[in-house]
Design a protein around this ligand. Structure first.
Ligand SMILES: O=C(O)c1cc(=O)[nH]c(=O)n1[C@@H]1O[C@H](COP(=O)(O)O)[C@@H](O)[C@H]1O
Length: 270
């Protein structure tokens, strides 16, 4: 069985280091000339994978915009995750779950382990009930060859109050970074971190981090691919930039050109 880190390395070497976010919100559907209903959701989300599934390494469906349509929307999400797999790309399901251990085990069975109804190559997690509370998901991900992305320093301006709060050992975000790095030593580097591209200084020491860094905030939130080298320094090699509205928010006709432009920019990073 391959690990997530191995599949990610193979996919990004082959196709370039870009993750396209699938956030089929009302404004995106509107730009595509689609109604904000389940049929529109399906046409947009599956259309993105149909057009880009053979060239982009990773897709990140945002669960919120599927859940917004109830069970029919979640059924579309299940289908999209299968489409991504069949296209030979990787999926990061953006669900940002985090709860006490017993509930975390429930979430793990939804997303992690072969046969999970919403199986994805990786999922996003929130550590604010304590990194230790994520153990059931970490164990399930490692056992299933899947990955996790734990929020460290998010792209939104409100995150700083909590994430940069000082503890006896440094900031909360640094605690998340260091704990994930230490867990990774015996867990196939399955644990990645989310660090936004919107802060000139992330406030985190990432040089020794050994997993993948999912970097949102490019495009619609003001971050740029050009700024990644100065934000991430020596950790740049671990960065997986992700953009959603920048790529998918301007209609189906713009998709390929916009993804191609970002891929070309990312390629310059080396
Ligand atoms: O985990 C994420 O992907 C995430 C973390 C973060 O700090 N900021 C952030 O924007 N995201 C997600 O990344 C996507 C950003 O979308 P765009 O701003 O359209 O590229 C959304 O689905 C957000 O939920």
């Amino acid at each position: 069985m391959s690990t997530y880190a191995q599949r990610l390395a193979a996919a990004t070497t082959d196709r370039g280091r870009l993750c396209v976010g699938i956030d089929p919100m009302a404004s995106v559907l509107d730009a595509w000339g689609l109604d904000n209903d389940v049929a529109g959701l399906e046409a947009c989300a599956r259309g993105i994978v149909e057009q880009l599934g053979g060239t982009v390494a990773v897709f990140k469906p945002q669960s919120a915009f599927f859940e917004a349509h109830g069970s029919a929307g979640v059924a579309v999400l299940e289908r999209v995750l299968v489409d991504i797999r069949e296209a030979g790309a990787l999926s990061i399901l953006d669900v940002k779950r985090g709860d006490i251990g017993s509930s975390m085990a429930g979430y793990a069975s939804a997303f992690l382990g072969e046969g999970a109804p919403l199986w994805a190559d990786a999922i996003t997690l929130s550590p604010y009930l304590g990194v230790g509370s994520l153990s059931p998901a970490i164990d399930a991900a490692v056992a299933g060859g899947q990955g996790l992305y734990v929020l460290a320093r998010t792209s939104n301006p409100d995150g700083a109050t909590i994430q940069l709060a000082e503890t006896a050992e440094g900031t909360v975000a640094q605690h998340v970074v260091d704990t994930a790095a230490s867990l990774n030593e015996t867990r196939d580097n399955a644990i990645g971190l989310v660090v936004g591209a919107t802060h000139a200084d992330s406030g985190c020491r990432l040089d020794a981090f050994n997993g993948s860094l999912l970097v949102p905030g490019i495009g619609a939130q003001g971050g740029t691919v050009e700024s990644l080298a100065s934000i991430f320094g020596q950790a740049l090699g671990h960065v997986l930039p992700t953009a959603s509205r920048e790529v998918i928010g301007h209609g189906a006709g713009e998709l390929t050109a916009r993804a191609g432009r970002l891929l070309a920019q990312v390629a310059v990073l080396g």
